[in-house]
Design a protein around this ligand. Structure first.
Ligand code: NAP
Ligand code: G4F
Length: 345
């Protein structure tokens, strides 16, 4: 049985990847950081009683900021594959906490690579690189496009990406980087723009809210479905030779287009509800991301399945269904003044 370790297993991608690997017969281990409240919502349905003789899903406390916990975990588990998805992944927040972002995203990756090297594990390694690394370089962006990062998050991702390439070249590690463009789902964090929009649409549609405040509506992103993208991560590690791959749909849409589509799907006119609040602007913006994923198509045989329109509808429908459930259970279940809409991101 193949054994995988996933950092960031409690996040959006970690949860889809864990499901994907379990369905392929893997034993899946995840790094979970300590939190004062439960942070395992996205993987609770995968929970296996640790008292069972050989549970195929296990979580372990650890942190990308803590080298010894990483080394100890690697030595004890000896995984065949490691997927490094853990990160402070919010671009806007990285301007507020740049040092911490660099510590977890950048140095955290080196901690993991160094633990692999020093324990002498012959495992395969996946690094979650990001299209944010291209920053202001115009589209389409491919594996050979120059990086021009525009945020502390993107700078840290460039460092982690180059460190992964360097460990591959220096020590012969089977280490691959997936340069993933934005990918979303009903499990997307509530303060990323797509989910912020679809949650607001649900609240407005059900009469629980009237306004949505956003920043730059003109930024363009190549949005795909997270469930499709975790398959590409796995495919990279099944290749005989490691390498770097751009993963995206090849189509870009503006935030405004996402807003229009989401409101229209719920029968609403977005102009009546959306307002601009400059506090959501970023000190430096990434204007236009669109993937040239031809290498992944040719070498991995990977193509996305869910279209932009289907993604928008999937997310709006899921948020309406979730809010309906919560409203049925009482407004207090919403957790204060409509949760993430009040958040600063
Ligand atoms: P996410 O939902 O924000 O999940 C991030 C995960 O990292 C969570 O499990 C989080 O734990 C964990 N984490 C945060 N700080 C940590 C630390 N100090 N030590 C260990 N774990 C820590 O992100 P995602 O959307 O799934 O993205 C997965 C990865 O792909 C990230 O590295 C992200 O930067 C990268 N990426 C994402 C996209 C995208 O569009 N989604 C595109 C390109 C690259 P908690 O649950 O406790 O917070
Ligand atoms: O949804 P976002 O916050 O995602 P962003 O910055 O593109 O980063 C995401 O994708 C990256 C891959 O390219 C990942 F590496 C990263 O971890 C993360 O998953 O913002 C998308 C766009 C931006 O241009 C932003 O300025 O939406 C614009 N936007 C407009 N109003 C807003 C808002 N973004 C947020 N979060 N909140 C707003 O109110």
């Amino acid at each position: 049985m193949q054994r995988a370790l996933i950092t960031g297993i409690t996040g959006q991608d970690g949860s889809y990847l864990a499901e994907f690997l379990l369905a392929r017969g893997y034993e899946v281990h995840g790094l979970k950081r300590r939190s004062s409240s439960f942070n395992t919502d996205r993987v609770d349905h995968l929970y296996a009683d640790p008292h069972e003789p050989s549970p195929r899903f296990r979580l372990h406390y650890g942190d990308l900021g803590d080298s010894s916990s990483l080394a100890w975990l690697l030595a004890g588990l000896a995984p065949d594959e490691i997927y490094n998805l853990g990160a402070q992944s919010h671009v806007k927040v990285s301007f507020d906490i740049p040092e911490y972002t660099a510590e977890v995203v950048g140095v955290g990756t080196v901690r993991l690579l160094e633990a692999i090297r020093r324990t002498g594990l012959g495992c395969r390694f996946y690094q979650a690189s990001s299209s944010e690394m291209f920053g202001s370089t115009p589209p389409p962006q491919s594996e050979t496009t120059v990086f021009h990062p525009r945020s502390p998050y993107a700078c840290a991702k460039v460092f982690a990406h180059q460190a992964t390439v360097n460990y591959r070249e220096s020590y012969g590690l089977h280490a691959s980087c997936g340069i993933l463009f934005n990918h979303e789902s009903p499990r997307r964090g509530e303060t990323f723009v797509t989910r912020k929009i679809t949650r607001a649409v649900a609240q407005i549609h059900l009469g629980a809210e009237d306004k949505l405040y956003l920043g730059n509506l003109e930024a363009r992103r190549d949005w795909g479905f997270a469930g499709d993208y975790v398959e590409a991560m796995w495919k990279m590690l099944q290749q005989e030779e490691p390498g770097d791959y751009v993963i995206g749909t090849g189509e870009s849409h503006s935030v405004r287009e996402f807003v229009e589509a989401a409101f229209a799907h719920a029968g609403l006119d977005w102009r009546e509800h959306v307002r601009i609040d400059p506090r959501y602007y970023r000190p430096a913006e990434v204007d236009d991301l669109r993937a040239d994923a031809s290498k992944a198509r040719t070498r991995l045989g990977w193509t996305p399945r869910v279209s932009f329109g289907e993604l928008v509808k999937m997310m709006v429908d899921a948020d309406i269904a979730e809010l309906r459930r919560k409203l049925k259970g009482g407004r207090e279940a919403l957790g204060g003044p409509l949760g993430a809409l009040a958040a600063d991101s």
